[in-house]
Write a protein that binds this ligand. Structure first.
Ligand code: NAD
Length: 432
């Protein structure tokens, strides 16, 4: 369905602080590949290869046992060209500046593909939220908000949940910011609870968007959902909704994995029962109606659809050749390395790339921000209808470019995203 395209070589990113990070290198490599097929001023590509603004903060908090601990926190704004910067906040032990910078760059392309009036940003704290109490997480979140206060704002930079954070995290940020400015300011974050200005359907939006893309791809491949099987990595916000929505379309989910292990049942996993199990144990591991498998086995389980919905760089040069599916739908950000991409192309596996596939989250975040700004709220059917319309429109725009120029789907998607931001930069010109 696609061919590899050779990349032109561009200068190294001018800020070396990021360049030791493999995730950031991966994002830069993708940008260089796009630059190789795009007609664009190399000066603009150079400006886009390094984030506009990055803040590293130390977050001291009192732990429940009375000790004081300092955590490293980051907020990176890749660009401020297209509107307020927008992007999630992640809590995970692996978080570092390079990872956050790469994720902020992908957010810029994603907003470009979806034609949203936002630039890309991302934030994170290096911590293990599964080993922290609610009180510790609240103190961590409130102090982080205080530390990044100088560079956030409803028209400057708006956060949302990501790996390890949720609606409650956003509520604490909203409250801390509102206390600082002196009035209730729901538009400072998206993905917050509905009762304080959140949007109905936001929690499910990323997973729903993934499934809209899968359904259009299956249709084109002449595969009926009822005859399809799926393997999903991650059973959090994104993965669990992908499972629920796929089941609604008649797809059989045969394997699911998370941080602690993976499970397989070729007859189909009962997602409602699994969700109850996860609610009490916080993991899919130990679910009785399935056999235990390793995370490696999970990714090589034969299936129609493989949906990585956990974290970046899980499909690599080492395991890409073992992947046995027809379609990969990237719910997670950056799950496939560029080297793995080439192997998947050779094996004719159709990939719906992250910047398109998981863009449902930021799209409904945009709806939430618009509603908060206007103080006028939509019902869930309006939200879902509009999400479906925008996701399908972008999917078909990317697919059309991919077919027209014979580009892999990832390259077509990134080209659309980068082109939009590059055009805006060119039109605005260089200050001063
Ligand atoms: P989450 O914290 O709700 O869930 C993450 C899931 O991944 C959990 O089931 C966890 O156990 C699993 N996981 C973590 N580390 C793993 C590992 N090493 N191996 C296997 N499984 C592992 O996070 P989420 O919000 O569902 O985000 C998942 C991915 O989707 C991330 O890449 C995130 O950037 C991306 N994403 C999320 C949103 C959103 O709206 N939440 C939007 C766009 C993209």
């Amino acid at each position: 369905m696609s061919v590899a395209v050779p990349a032109k070589t561009f200068a190294q990113p001018p800020v070396p602080i990021f360049s030791t990070s493999p995730v950031y290198q991966m994002a830069c490599k993708q940008l260089q590949t796009v630059a190789g097929v795009m007609d664009c001023d190399p000066g603009i590509i150079e400006r886009l290869s390094v984030p506009k603004r990055s803040l590293v903060v130390s977050i001291p908090i009192r732990m429940d046992n009375g000790e004081t601990r300092c955590f490293a926190g980051y907020r990176v704004q890749h660009s401020l060209t297209s509107g307020a910067s927008k992007g999630g906040l992640r809590y995970a032990p692996s978080v570092d500046l390079g990872e956050v910078a790469a994720l902020s760059m992908w957010m810029s392309w994603k907003c470009g593909i979806m034609n949203l009036p936002f630039s890309g940003a991302k934030g994170g704290i290096a911590c293990d939220p599964t080993r922290m109490s609610r009180g510790e997480l609240e103190r961590l979140t409130r102090r982080y908000t205080e530390e990044v206060l100088p560079i956030i704002g409803p028209r400057v930079d708006v956060m949302a949940p990501d790996l390890g954070t949720d609606e409650q995290t956003m509520a604490w940020i909203m409250d801390t910011y509102s206390m600082k400015v002196g009035y209730a300011c729901p538009e400072i974050v998206t993905g917050k609870p509905v009762e304080i200005g959140g949007c109905v359907g936001r929690r499910e939006a990323t997973g729903r968007g993934v499934v809209y893309c899968i359904m259009d791809a299956l249709h084109e491949m002449n595969i009926r959902p009822e005859e399809s099987t799926a393997v999903v990595q991650g059973f959090g916000n994104v993965g669990s909704v992908v499972c629920q929505e796929l089941v609604q379309h008649g797809v059989k989910i045969i394997a699911i994995g998370d941080r602690d292990g993976a499970i397989l049942n070729k007859k189909g996993i009962d997602i409602v029962a699994l969700a109850k199990h996860v609610q009490t144990t916080r993991t899919v591991k130990g679910f009785k109606e399935a056999e235990a498998i390793s995370n490696e086995q999970l990714l090589s389980t034969p299936c129609t659809i493989l949906a990585p919905c956990a974290m970046e760089r899980v499909i690599t040069a080492e395991n890409a050749g073992k992947v046995r599916c027809k379609l990969i739908a990237e719910g997670a950000n950056g799950p496939t390395t560029p080297e793995a991409d080439l192997i998947l192309q050779e094996n004719k596996i159709f990939v719906i790339p992250d910047v398109l596939c998981n863009a449902g989250g930021v799209t409904v975040s945009y709806f939430e921000w618009v509603q908060d700004m206007a103080q006028f709220f939509w019902d869930e059917s309006q939200v879902n209808e509009k999400l479906k319309e925008l996701m399908r429109k972008s999917y078909h725009k990317v697919r059309a470019l991919s077919l027209q120029k014979n580009l892999p789907m990832r390259l077509a998607a990134l080209t659309l995203g980068v082109q939009k931001v590059a055009n805006e930069k060119a039109t605005r010109g260089l200050f001063p």
